[in-house]
Design a binder for this molecule. Structure first.
Ligand code: SF4
Length: 116
């Protein structure tokens, strides 16, 4: 049975409200977008929503460093990914670009140092 989602496109400040009709993983119809980027974003958001995560990890010596996932993770896994990152203690000698948690929560995403 077909389903429908209304998605506010966040690609540019126009904030078009895009309606996506889909069945399972098949897109049936997309309306309300004003460009191909919005079509692609809303279609993906309806079927496989993902989120980029930026947060911090604490090192053994107490230093806090900024990290992010190197690729967006499925929206339904965001809580579990954050839980794993929040319960991880990094070694003291990590630096920019280091992978501190490879394949976080078993996903194809690594947690990488971006600052601190
Ligand atoms: S659909 Fe296109 S014009 Fe509309 S918000 Fe998205 S990117 Fe901007």
């Amino acid at each position: 049975m077909a389903e429908e989602k209304k998605i506010t496109c966040v690609i540019c400040p126009n904030s078009c409200v895009v309606t996506v009709k889909y069945e399972g993983e098949n897109i049936i119809e997309v309306t309300g977008h004003n460009c191909k980027r919005g079509l692609k974003y809303a279609s993906a958001e309806a079927i496989h929503p993902v989120r980029s995560l930026s947060t911090t990890v604490r090192c053994k010596n107490g230093r806090v460093v900024a990290v992010k996932t190197n690729v967006p993770v499925p929206k339904e896994n965001v809580y579990d990914v954050m839980w794993e990152i929040n319960h991880f203690t990094a070694p003291d000698d990590i630096s920019f670009g280091d992978v501190v948690i490879p394949h976080v929560y078993g996903l194809d995403a690594d947690v990488v140092v971006i600052g601190g």
